[in-house]
Write a protein that binds this ligand. Structure first.
Ligand code: SF4
Length: 235
């Protein structure tokens, strides 16, 4: 039995109500997620709830964000996703990118997966690797379907983003994230994961490059997930 999610940190009644309602909503949404169409709807709803919790907490705490379209520092960090987010992102890319564009993404994913495997878990945390979905203009090319971790990430100042980008080996840089904003987003994400586990499905975190490449190239991954098994088998 998993622990109940922590209570919200401020942001007003709208956040408290949304967070309280999402627990039940997420269980209903993910109960039918073995059906790919229902999984897509469940993930879209999860991402919408993360966006809503962020927006309400930012407004409630009057947080000033330094983030802007085209910044892209955080799109060089390691991104972890859950399997259902990788399947949703793969489905979105197949619908929105033509074949040559999708092939370019797949080649970038292959290169990033090779670098990630070479660096290992700890090395990857300390390396800048541009996300396979980062556009030449510094903006996300899959913004609508980006994972919860990308939605949650924010900063109140650019200084730590620039400093870590310049030297990712540093561990003395204080995060620019606002505590209540990231906490409330985490509550939504955790409730979603608990709902997925309650449905008997895999919610394990995995590197986005690894998961997305598998989701795009290996139809067995989705079948394994729907059967309640680990979606992605380490290669
Ligand atoms: S998915 Fe989009 S927002 Fe997330 S790291 Fe990649 S480019 Fe950035």
């Amino acid at each position: 039995m998993s622990a109940p999610p922590a209570p919200p940190q401020g942001g007003g009644d709208a956040v408290a109500t949304r967070l309280a309602a999402w627990g039940e909503e997420s269980r209903a949404a993910f109960a039918g997620a073995r059906d790919p169409a229902r999984m897509t709807v469940a993930v879209i709803t999860l991402h919408r709830r993360v966006d809503e919790a962020l927006a309400a907490t930012i407004a409630g705490h009057k947080v000033q964000l330094a983030c802007a379209k085209g910044c892209g520092y955080c799109c060089h960090l390691r991104v972890q996703v859950q399997p259902y987010e990788a399947f949703r992102l793969a489905e979105w890319l197949r619908r929105h990118f033509d074949a040559p564009r999708l092939e370019r993404v797949i080649s970038r994913l292959r290169a990033n997966v090779a670098k990630t495997r070479e660096l290992g878990e700890e090395g990857r945390k300390r390396a800048n690797i541009a996300c396979s979905l980062l556009g030449d203009d510094g903006a996300c090319t899959a913004y609508e379907a980006r994972p919860a971790q990308c939605r949650r990430y924010h900063s109140t100042t650019l200084d730590p983003c620039k400093a870590f980008h310049a030297d990712p080996s540093r561990d003395d840089i204080e995060s620019g994230m606002h505590e209540a904003v990231s906490h409330n987003a985490d509550v939504i994400i955790t409730q979603g994961r608990q709902a997925v586990r309650a449905a008997g499905l895999d919610d394990a975190s995995i590197d986005m490059n690894v998961a997305l490449l598998e989701a795009l190239e290996n139809p067995k991954a989705l079948r394994r997930w729907k059967d309640g098994k680990k979606a992605f088998v380490p290669g």
